[in-house]
Ligand binder design. Structure first.
Ligand code: BES
Ligand code: ZN
Length: 433
């Protein structure tokens, strides 16, 4: 091929090659971040390594989401995935010049491996059931015996060795089960006093299987019992386990006594890669830490990645629990980033000192940021609010893949990450001075 034809071909192919690069997902960040990041435009602050940036990048945040949820995958408390993510994130903060601490904590969890509530006779049927937290283990088949609300005088002598049926209400679950055990019951079935199912908790572990069923099933069985014998089978296999996890805390001292916390939960549910919930919040937290690394603020900045949020806000509770009253008093605000990568419905919930600047910035960007209708209780800011710390919960809404194996990076939007990042950055700059 003559040279001019080769050159023409290259020139024609160039835009195509460029287009391919744009369409292809950006590569995942390596474990050592410095190499992949461009040299900063501004000169870095003393002690700060290379990757400090002055502007937020939704694309770079997306690559962090891809790394955490795509490369590492599920990060439930106590898993190797969580540990890997925590080590990686700690290294990111360290390279950015932050002082990094790890706060270990552990908690008890009740895990159900097997459950079965089945009518064996006269008409075989399987019932929808919940194993009470701290139920005993066992496999019990026996006659069903009604015991009212489970008060001691309501157990007939036939309760010994039987499966007892008790209605919810008047006395706690704990007492119903204890009274049933005292009456010699082999298993306890409590039916609801209202529609639906809840997760009952026994404050001390029971020695017999204890399950909870729907009101309609309980009433039907009780009516049936008045006419004929009913045989029930209850199987529970569960275990209590101690799970160890940790929070990753990155601190940058300020000029004043004040401190501002920016947080996100690093864990995911079991079996879910947690791209939006909550690699998105972690990615933005790291991005904010990167942008703020070179900007001194009056208030101390504390970026915290929480563990075991999905187990009931355990990491953030462990964090606020160890704060003294005077340390609580220093914290002027907590900004929680949880599910901030897929735009469903943007909301902000919390103290006006934090939500007003958030709304201002949103308006400047041509966006509405309404108050969350339920205050958005189910995330780590709630642990701080309980200690009287002003909080802000930034949330882009519940997407279809919430808590599913399909909560994948491909659904997370760099532009949404960027938008929430700009809002959070404005709040931080306003509050931290
Ligand atoms: N990322 C969610 C936060 C959330 C808040 C989801 C409000 C939906 C509505 C969080 O990880 C979560 O799943 N929270 C749980 C409660 C938590 C205490 C386990 C929830 O809201 O069900
Ligand atoms: Zn969640």
């Amino acid at each position: 091929m003559p040279l001019w034809r080769t050159l023409t071909l290259i020139v024609l192919l160039l835009p195509l090659l460029a287009a391919c690069r744009l369409l292809a997902p950006p590569p995942a960040p390596p474990v050592s971040p410095a190499a992949a990041l461009p040299t900063p435009a501004a000169s870095p602050a003393p002690g700060v390594a290379i990757p400090v940036e002055t502007t937020l990048s939704g694309e770079r945040a997306w690559r962090t989401v891809e790394y955490l949820a795509g490369t590492i995958g599920p990060r439930p408390a106590g898993s190797a995935g969580y540990q890997r993510a925590a080590n990686w994130a700690a290294e990111q903060f360290r390279v950015l010049g932050y002082r990094v601490e790890r706060q270990p904590f552990s908690f008890e969890e009740f895990r159900v491996r097997q459950r079965e509530v089945r009518v064996l006779a006269p008409t075989p049927a399987e019932l929808d059931a919940v194993v009470m937290t701290n139920s005993g283990n066992g496999e019990v088949s026996g006659p069903l015996v009604a015991a009212g609300l489970g008060r001691p005088e309501e157990f007939p002598s036939a309760a010994a060795g039987a499966v007892v049926l008790i209605e919810r209400g008047v006395i706690p679950f704990q007492e119903k089960v204890a009274n049933a055990v005292a009456a010699g019951a082999g298993a306890v079935v409590v039916f609801n006093s209202e529609p639906g199912l809840i997760q009952p908790l026994l404050s001390t572990p029971a020695v017999v299987p204890a399950v909870f069923i729907r009101r309609e099933d309980g009433l039907r069985l009780r009516d049936q019992l008045a006419q004929e014998a009913v045989l029930l089978r209850v199987v529970v296999r569960a275990e209590r386990m101690t799970i160890a996890s940790e929070n990753v805390i990155a601190t940058r001292p300020g000029r004043s006594e004040k401190a501002l916390v920016v947080g996100a939960h690093l864990d995911s549910v079991e079996g879910g890669p947690g791209a939006n919930d909550n690699a998105s919040g972690v990615a933005l937290t790291l991005e904010l830490a990167r942008v703020l690394a070179a900007t001194p603020t009056a208030a101390e900045l504390r970026f915290i990645l929480f563990g075991a949020e999905e187990n009931g806000l355990i990491g953030s509770q462990a964090y606020v629990q160890q704060l003294s009253e005077s340390e609580v008093g220093r914290i002027v605000g907590m900004v929680n980033l949880d599910m901030v990568g897929i735009e469903v419905r943007l909301t902000a919930a919390g103290a006006s000192g934090l939500s007003v600047p958030a709304r201002e910035k949103a308006a400047e960007l041509g966006r509405n940021l309404p108050e969350s209708p339920n205050g958005g209780a189910g995330s780590d800011h709630a642990s701080f609010a309980r200690r009287g710390i002003p909080t802000l919960f930034l949330f882009t809404g519940i997407d279809d893949n919430y808590h599913q194996p399909t909560d994948l990076p491909q659904f997370v939007q760099p532009e949404t990450l960027h938008l929430i990042g700009e809002i959070a950055l404005h709040v931080i700059r306003t509050v931290a001075g």
